[in-house]
Design a protein around this ligand. Structure first.
Ligand SMILES: [Zn+2]
Length: 297
């Protein structure tokens, strides 16, 4: 059971999570990963003394499985995500064989790793904790942007970052979600709506935060980030992602506190899938183009 190296199989990971939810007859917005683990006779324990950067581990001893999750990040949302990430390694086809040869796999959960196995477990965790149908229904009840992400973050008991990434995947509105540290971009996720803008380029890890943006001003004072302040103003999509036309966006920024990172949400009212369906002006090919987020370590 070896696997050729390749990009993360996102849809396979998400389908594995949906299948678990179906088996457990879970159809609400809040999911309990520890109950799912218990149903599979997997013992879950907190582990306060994990090595730095390790979010959790999956352990196999004989036919018994255990999950340990790190507690150095006190956020319950992150801990629930870490437990779900390990469940992903247990449930996704090929993972146990590939990762448990020594009996222990150590994880770096939370969309920080470039390893395809880690990314797949992250996609599994997101799809498990933020089930597609109820999540989409809840999106429809809110105006697009940060307020919607915050409401879903509470309802799903997930981290703001994980919720924003899931939101970008499931909304039909024009949304880009970016993480920055100081003057550098960590990563960017785009909704299908925003990808309708022509000629966008995907910012790679380490790309400078564009000068003159709300985020650049905000990150200029590290205190904003550590104190979890927030700011919002009008901006231009093109400053961040290039493109052939100028699109106005609302740029909402929130400091993520001790992590030293900033979450930015760009919302473009003129780039929604619903609006596009009415206009039907452009070639479909650009949409079919594969937009896989590019992680680099
Ligand atoms: Zn892992």
């Amino acid at each position: 059971m070896t696997r050729k190296p390749g990009p993360a199989r996102r849809s396979l990971a998400e389908a594995a999570a949906s299948s678990v939810l179906r088996q457990m007859k879970i159809d609400g917005l809040w999911v309990d990963p520890e109950a799912i683990a218990a149903s599979k006779d997997i013992v879950v324990k907190a582990k306060p003394d994990t090595a730095s950067g390790v979010s959790g581990m999956l352990i196999k001893a004989g036919d018994n499985f255990g999950i340990m999750y790190a507690t150095h990040i006190p956020s319950r949302g992150f801990q629930r995500f870490s437990i779900s990430h390990e469940l992903g390694h247990y449930c996704i086809e090929g993972h146990p064989e590939a990762l448990l040869a020594t009996g222990v796999h150590q994880s770096h959960a939370g969309f920080v790793s470039g390893d395809p196995f880690e990314q797949e477990a992250d996609y599994f965790a997101a799809a498990l904790l933020m089930p597609e149908l109820p999540f989409k229904k809840a999106i429809a009840d809110h105006d697009p942007g940060l307020a919607c992400v915050e409401s879903l973050c509470k309802a799903c008991e997930t981290s703001l970052t994980a919720t924003a990434i899931r939101y970008s995947a499931l909304t039909s509105d024009g949304i880009a979600v970016l993480s920055t540290t100081g003057d550098e971009i960590d990563w960017c996720f785009m909704s299908d709506g925003i990808k309708q803008a022509k000629g966008l380029s995907w910012p790679r890890k380490g790309t400078p935060v564009p000068a003159g943006t709300v985020t650049a001003r905000f990150n200029g004072d590290p205190d904003n980030v550590t104190s979890g302040r927030r700011e919002s103003d009008e901006g231009r999509l093109n400053d961040w992602l290039g493109g052939d036309r100028i699109y106005r966006v609302t740029e909402e920024v929130v400091g993520l506190g001790q992590y030293g990172r900033t979450l930015t949400i760009l919302t473009c009212k003129n780039l929604s899938l619903r609006a596009e369906a009415d206009e039907t002006e452009d070639d479909e090919d650009a949409l079919i183009e594969s937009w896989t987020p590019r992680f680099r370590r």
